[in-house]
Every structure is written in structure tokens, then in C-alpha cells.
Design a protein around this ligand. Structure first.
Ligand code: HEC
Ligand code: HEC
Ligand code: HEC
Ligand code: HEC
Length: 407
């Protein structure tokens, strides 16, 4: 055989192998979050950042409006939530919600211009509830959203229906012989795992206790079942997926249940779970009477909120872009009010439909983990870097705030 041909054949084969290997290559970034050797790392693929950057860009905020002049309540006829704003702030808010929720349709998504005071469109009635909810999150749930806060865009991302919502799983009848059990079908609400498909109903609508480990040596003290364990893991998968992180973003995997060994982010997450329950029970469920049928799920339930609704794959929504600094209009004047379960709490006056789940029954073990300064201080002292959340650069929207620092 001609040696040249042999050479060319071998060279081609070599090239194919190299190209093949390169095609499967993904650069991985390792973000160290604890002592060397403790395996407290977060792993990210480079392609993940590219996707992330597209989803998590916040549109340029409008210039601030004057706060003086007549109030919206004095200017307009049918304003129930935003009455405290100046006329300029009110206009700024309308312009912004248009671009956040209905950029294609415009003002007429909620109104029938030139008549703005009518409540005929369901979209406007829902939007009013949403304005109330957004202010409630930003004013009463600072234990979770901090000073960063949320706008309509945090969830809606330029669409009428937020890209990430969930519905209760239904028992799909998928054949003559067999009913599909409520686990195994890989659904987004189970983070595509083969775990129970509907842990979100138990944990983000009802307030089942999220526990696996018993706290007593003997079985007697542990009410938790294998079912609980499986459902807890589903929720944990969903939370990790929603934030684009691994389990050890919040836990030290040596002792998952231990609050002392957990990161401060786990405490933030604990409040997040309570916040989501509040929003689903007190805002979303009552919308059943407003939303048209085509917005409801296969089981006839309303679309519901979970971690990904705001987070969309980022440990802080929109990389921690400071929503409240840009949009002070979305904080309710008068300071925080009591939350569900706290003394003096008043539920929203809207009559809750039968679907509403009880949110008052709390078991002792479900009490706040009393994270307090000790936990945070302990973690900071023992795990350098754990106190500094990755991608935490509040104030900077955009890639500079992405995990990986320098990027
Ligand atoms: C996503 C729904 C939505 C969009 C889009 C929207 N609005 Fe509104 N608008 C509302 C809601 C809700 C209220 C009532 C607010 C309240 O009760 O505090 C309102 C109230 C108003 C009022 C006061 C009417 C009155 O007399 O009571 C005016 C004026 C107005 N909007 C103008 C606009 C303009 C102009 C645009 C487009 C730039 C716009 N809106 C886009 C939901 C919307
Ligand atoms: C925490 C997440 C979240 C925030 C923040 C939020 N929304 Fe929503 N919104 C939802 C969900 C979930 C739905 C239900 C989706 C559906 O209607 O199918 C919804 C529905 C709506 C609808 C009805 C859309 C339709 O066509 O059915 C309107 C209008 C709306 N929101 C406006 C707003 C406005 C205006 C703001 C800001 C003041 C806002 N939302 C903030 C989650 C949110
Ligand atoms: C964003 C933070 C966060 C992430 C990520 C996370 N967890 Fe959790 N985990 C929590 C919180 C908060 C609780 C306690 C919930 C409560 O009490 O309401 C918890 C509880 C648990 C428990 C129950 C502990 C007990 O007391 O019995 C287990 C087990 C667990 N997580 C495992 C995991 C696993 C496995 C992963 C990764 C797939 C994971 N977690 C990811 C925040 C997180
Ligand atoms: C209404 C929107 C919203 C929802 C829903 C939401 N979060 Fe958050 N979350 C935020 C905002 C905003 C921040 C940033 C807070 C800050 O900058 O201090 C945040 C921060 C966090 C952090 C701290 C991240 C860090 O880098 O320090 C964790 C952990 C977290 N959320 C977990 C969760 C979990 C788990 C859920 C679901 C059970 C959830 N969140 C649901 C808005 C939300």
C-alpha cells in the first residue's frame, strides 16, 4: 500500500477522533465555597452561563419620576393600590408594567384606551392583585428578598404568563390496563427525577414538614416516612434546579439536617419556602374566579409560584439586580405588616375558594430554625467564603455578578 495513502488515512482517522473528543468537551468552572478538601464546591458549565445571561438580563430601567405634585389617588378615579404615588411615578409604573408583562399588546392588554378607569378586563383586575402582591413581597418578605426585591419582570420576563409556573399533578389515565402512579413521569415539577411527581403540593401549597431525619434515638419521635423522605428529595431537587446550584449551596452534605453546619443561604431558602406558600394560598388560589379556563392546569387548578418563577436558574433572580433601587414605587408605604401565622395577621379580604389549603396548622418542629446571628457567625468563622454568596454583587446586573467572579 502506498505509504502516503496510509499516512492520509491515519491522519484523517486521528482528526475524526480529536474532533469527536472536542465535541464532547465542556469547560467546567469550579467555585470553591468552603475549606479546601471539604468538597463544598459548585460546578458550572460554561454553556450554562451563556444560557443564563440571555434569560437573566434586566431591561434598562426608566428614568426616575418626580415624587412631588398631586397624588394618583387625587388624579384618577379608580386607583386602589397605587394611590400614594405621584402622577409621574404612576405613569412610570404603567409604562414599565406594560413592557414587563405585555410588550407586544401594550396598554390595551389591561385597558381599552382611551378609557382607563374601567375594570372590565380580567387582565386589569389580576394586574391590580399582582401590584398588591409585588408590594407585599417587597415590604413584608424582606427576610427573603432583602433590599433587592422584585418587579413584575422578575416573574413575567416580558410575557403575560411567567415562563416558570407549576400545576398540581393529575392521575393520568394512560392506557386501558394501567393508571400511571403519581411518580416516575419525569416532570419539571419533579426536576425530571423519578421521584414523586407532586411534592410541590405538599410543601409549597400545604405546609407538610420537610423532614427526613428523626430527632430522637428511638423511632417513637420520628413521624417521618419513606414517602416523606422521597418527597423531601423531590423538593430539594426542584429547589437546586430552580437556583442553578448543587445541594451544598445550602447544606453541608456531611449532615444535611444540621442547621449549624448549613450555609446562611439555607436560612434564606427556609423563608423562601414560607413566602411561596403564602403567595400561592393567599394570592394565586383566589385568582381561580378571575382567570379564564385556558389558563388553568389539566386538573383545573390555577398556575402557581415556585422558586424558579423568580429565580429562573440563577441563585439570585436577575443576578441580584437591585429592583427596589430602580423601582421604589413597588414598596408599600407604611412599613411591613404581620405575615400569615404571626399575631395580628389579616388575610386578604377576598373570599378564598374551597381549594384553599389550611396554612395555620404548624407543628413544633416546623418552627423557624432560629438561625440568628450565631449560625451565620459560626459558619463565617469556620468556613471562609461561605458567608459571601456567589454572584452576590447586588448592584450589578449582568455577567460580572455571575458565579465565577471574574467573568
Ligand atoms: C398589566 C396591566 C396594565 C397595563 C399593561 C397598563 N395598565 Fe394602567 N392600570 C392597571 C391597573 C391594575 C390599574 C389600577 C391601579 C390601582 O388600582 O392602583 C391601572 C390604572 C390606570 C390609570 C388610572 C385610571 C383611572 O382613572 O382610574 C391610567 C390612566 C392608566 N392605568 C394608564 C395606563 C397606560 C397609559 C398604560 C400603557 C402605557 C397602561 N395603563 C398599561 C393595569 C395596567
Ligand atoms: C412572584 C411572581 C409574580 C410577580 C412578581 C408578578 N406576577 Fe403576574 N402572574 C404570576 C403568575 C404565576 C400568574 C398566573 C399566570 C396565568 O395567568 O396563567 C400571573 C398572572 C398575571 C396576569 C394575568 C395574565 C393572563 O393573561 O392570564 C397579569 C395581567 C399579571 N400577572 C400582571 C402582573 C403585574 C402587573 C405584576 C407587577 C406589578 C406582576 N404580574 C407580578 C406571577 C407573578
Ligand atoms: C436553596 C437551598 C437548598 C438547597 C439547594 C438544598 N436544600 Fe435541602 N433543605 C433546605 C432547607 C431550607 C431545608 C429545611 C426546610 C424546612 O424545614 O422547611 C432543607 C431540608 C433538607 C432535608 C431534610 C433535613 C431534615 O431535617 O430531615 C434534606 C434531607 C435535604 N434538605 C437534602 C437536600 C439535598 C439532597 C439537596 C440537593 C439535591 C438539597 N437538600 C438542596 C435548603 C436547601
Ligand atoms: C418572589 C420571588 C422569589 C421567589 C418565589 C423565591 N425567591 Fe429566592 N430570592 C429572591 C430574591 C429577590 C433574592 C435576592 C435577595 C437578596 O439579594 O438579598 C433571593 C435570594 C435567595 C437565596 C439567597 C441566594 C444568595 O446567593 O445568597 C436563596 C438561597 C433563595 N432565594 C432560595 C429560594 C428558594 C429555595 C425558593 C423557593 C422555595 C425561592 N428562593 C423563591 C426572590 C424569590
Amino acid at each position: 500500500m502506498n505509504p502516503f495513502k496510509v499516512f492520509v488515512t491515519l491522519a484523517c482517522a486521528g482528526l475524526v477522533v480529536i474532533v469527536g473528543l472536542l465535541a464532547g468537551y465542556h469547560r467546567t468552572e469550579v467555585v470553591q465555597r468552603g475549606y479546601r478538601g471539604t468538597a463544598l464546591n459548585q460546578l458550572y458549565r460554561e454553556s450554562y452561563f451563556v444560557k443564563e445571561d440571555l434569560i437573566n438580563k434586566f431591561p434598562k430601567p426608566l428614568g426616575q419620576a418626580k415624587t412631588d405634585g398631586p397624588k394618583a389617588s387625587e388624579t384618577y378615579e379608580n386607583v386602589h393600590v397605587l394611590g400614594d404615588l405621584s402622577k409621574g411615578q404612576f405613569a412610570r409604573t404603567m409604562l414599565s408594567i406594560k413592557s414587563w408583562v405585555a410588550p407586544d399588546v401594550g396598554c390595551n392588554f389591561c385597558h381599552a384606551a382611551p378609557i382607563y378607569n374601567s375594570d372590565e378586563k380580567y387582565q386589569k383586575r389580576v394586574a391590580r392583585k399582582m401590584l398588591e402582591m409585588t408590594r407585599h413581597i417587597n415590604t413584608d418578605w424582606t427576610a427573603h428578598v432583602g433590599k433587592t426585591g422584585v418587579t413584575c419582570y422578575t416573574c413575567h420576563r416580558g410575557q403575560a404568563v411567567p415562563p416558570k409556573v407549576w400545576f398540581q399533578a393529575t392521575e393520568n389515565d394512560d392506557g386501558l390496563m394501567q393508571k400511571r402512579p403519581l411518580q416516575r413521569p419525569p416532570t419539571p415539577a419533579a426536576a425530571y427525577s423519578s421521584l414523586p411527581a407532586d411534592s410541590l403540593t405538599e410543601y409549597l401549597l400545604h405546609d407538610d414538614s420537610i423532614r427526613v431525619n428523626g430527632t430522637t434515638a428511638l423511632q417513637t419521635g420520628n413521624r417521618n416516612s419513606v414517602q416523606h423522605a422521597r418527597q423531601t428529595y423531590t423538593l430539594m431537587m426542584v429547589m437546586s434546579e430552580s437556583l442553578g446550584v448543587n445541594c451544598d449551596f445550602c447544606h453541608n452534605t456531611r449532615a444535611l439536617a444540621s442547621w449549624e453546619l448549613s450555609t446562611p443561604q439555607r436560612v434564606t431558602a427556609w423563608y423562601g419556602i414560607r413566602m411561596v406558600r403564602d403567595l400561592n394560598n393567599n394570592v394565586m388560589l383566589p385568582l381561580k374566579t378571575e382567570l379564564p379556563e385556558n389558563r388553568l392546569g389539566p386538573g383545573g387548578d390555577v398556575p402557581k409560584i415556585y422558586c424558579a418563577t423568580c429565580h429562573n436558574g440563577s441563585n439570585k433572580p436577575l443576578y441580584g439586580a437591585p429592583m427596589l433601587q430602580y423601582y421604589p414605587e413597588l414598596v408599600r408605604p407604611g412599613g411591613p405588616r404581620p405575615l400569615p401565622g404571626q399575631e395580628g395577621y389579616e388575610a386578604t379580604p377576598a373570599p378564598a375558594p374551597a381549594e384553599t389549603a389550611p396554612v395555620t396548622t404548624k407543628t413544633a418542629e416546623d418552627k423557624a430554625p432560629a438561625p440568628g446571628p450565631d449560625t451565620a457567625a459560626l459558619i463565617k468563622a469556620s468556613v471562609p467564603g461561605a458567608g459571601a454568596p456567589i454572584g452576590a454583587a447586588v448592584g450589578g446586573a449582568g455577567p460580572a455578578a455571575a458565579p465565577g467572579g471574574g467573568r
